[in-house]
Design a protein around this ligand. Sequence first.
Ligand SMILES: NC(=O)c1ccc[n+]([C@@H]2O[C@H](COP(=O)([O-])OP(=O)(O)OC[C@H]3O[C@@H](n4cnc5c(N)ncnc54)[C@H](OP(=O)(O)O)[C@@H]3O)[C@@H](O)[C@H]2O)c1
Length: 278
Amino acid sequence: MTESRVVLVTGASSGIGKACSLRLAAHGFRVFGASRSAPRFQDMKQGSAGGPSVQLFMDVRDDRSVNESVSWVLKEAGRIDVLINCAGVTVGGSAEEMLVDEIRDQIETNLLGTMRTCRAVLPGMRARKSGLLINIGSLAGLMGVPFQSAYSASKFGVEGYSESLQMEVSGFGVRVVVIDPGDVHTEITAHRKETKGTLKGTPYRLNLDAAMRSQASSELHGWEADRIAGLVEKIVRSRRPRFRYTTGPFIERVAVPVRRILPDRLFLGILARFYGVR
Ligand SMILES: NC(=O)c1ccc[n+]([C@@H]2O[C@H](COP(=O)([O-])OP(=O)(O)OC[C@H]3O[C@@H](n4cnc5c(N)ncnc54)[C@H](OP(=O)(O)O)[C@@H]3O)[C@@H](O)[C@H]2O)c1
């Protein structure tokens, strides 16, 4: 099926964002993939199998960068039909020791970055009475993850933000979708560093190491990014997508309904053990 819709993907240089960009471009969508590692406003055509795809610079932590990049896409393509927010970062560490700058960076990127890009594309979508905003949340936005408190906080924020936004924009023909993946095999594992704030002789060492090992192993054995991209493509093609999709390995996904029936303390105790935290 030929597609002429224009898609802007953030975090397109690796992992889920890259998989979404490649898949949608291969199916003929006009894809603009944004990240900090892309050259500034310089076209880079994808391989011959893909449809037209352009990589462009965007730092979602910076108002000006987001607005400039969105304006550039609007000038090039005339509109943005679909925004897919994949840009994200994570740092491992205890909530007590993690540096405030590291906390701020995760909130800036994962939560405020999502808000910035949505705000930048909304005027055009409202004017055309049509648009789709897909925010990549996380199961860590539906339940806390030990030693990833700032990441979880940012992802809980994405959930609340997306719900509020959907109620505000549905009258203008704009749909919001949140996808909450469990662990996915991407570069996120290599990109995740331990906080620089961990104290020498920290009392959290055993649990911190266990949680970070468990997280890395789950990601290594998690879904391939293209499975998430396949879901994204299905959503983009759907006339009436659901508001929220929880995806990923069954053992992780099942935690969502389980947490609704278990008392919170019992659930959190089980979750801590899942991550090797005693
Ligand atoms: N992998 C998982 O298990 C998993 C599970 C649930 C949810 N998620 C979420 O899925 C999204 C994608 O993660 P991933 O696994 O694909 O991770 P990844 O491979 O590390 O990719 C992260 C992407 O975000 C971009 N990025 C980071 N900071 C940015 C900034 N300030 N401005 C613009 N782009 C920025 C990176 O590009 P540059 O560094 O080039 O800017 C990169 O393209 C994230 O929101 C993540 O939280 C991942």
